[in-house]
Design a protein around this ligand. Structure first.
Ligand code: MC0
Length: 140
């Protein structure tokens, strides 16, 4: 079902400061930036490698507001790994299969994600405490 780790999402207070840190320290490059109002984030994708069905990235996330998923996470836990996203061939199909196995779906239908992807989240309490995202990369 999973083809690759698409990205690791990291919650941070100051996006520009963390981009500079990741570029300087790990020699990574920002390949996309986006404001996603629906998800309440300002984000940047830093490319790591190309994999099956798409790339893999570090995703830096700054909340647009304290009352958003990432804003609440930062207030409760501070900066750190917010979620892990796995590349799948078909998000809608994966949701149906995984939901049928008893995992709570935070999204019943795919939503808009980074770089034109379709995404959906699974409840962390049903996945060993890990907020899990499914990602279908756009057709090329
Ligand atoms: C909350 N919890 C987490 C967590 N966030 N556990 C692991 N990882 C996280 N990131 C835990 C809390 O500690 C708490 O456990 C329980 O889940 C309920 O959390 P809450 O603080 O009461 O907050 P809720 O219930 O309002 O929301 C949590 C939930 C929410 C995961 C359902 O954040 C959500 O729907 N997230 C999916 C959307 C999202 O995260 N969007 C932002 C990234 P205890 O034990 O304390 O009860 S958007 C994105 O990344 C896009 C742009 C993309 O990739 O393309």
């Amino acid at each position: 079902m999973f083809m690759r780790i698409d990205h690791v999402g990291i919650a941070c207070h100051d996006l520009e400061e963390k981009i500079a840190f990741f570029e300087r320290t790990f020699e990574l490059t920002v390949v996309a930036r986006e404001v996603n109002q629906e998800q309440g984030v300002k984000e940047a994708m830093l490319h790591i490698a190309d994999g099956q069905g798409g790339g893999s990235y570090i995703q830096l996330l700054e909340p647009l507001d304290p009352d958003t998923p990432v804003g609440k996470f930062l207030a409760k836990r501070g900066e750190g790994v917010h979620h892990v996203a796995f590349g799948v061939p078909d998000v809608a199909q994966a949701l149906e299969t995984i939901g049928g196995r008893g995992v709570r779906l935070l999204d019943e239908k795919p939503r808009h994600g980074s770089m034109g992807s379709s995404i959906a989240f699974l409840h962390p309490k049903d996945v060993a405490g890990m907020l899990t995202e499914l990602v279908q990369a756009p057709e090329r």
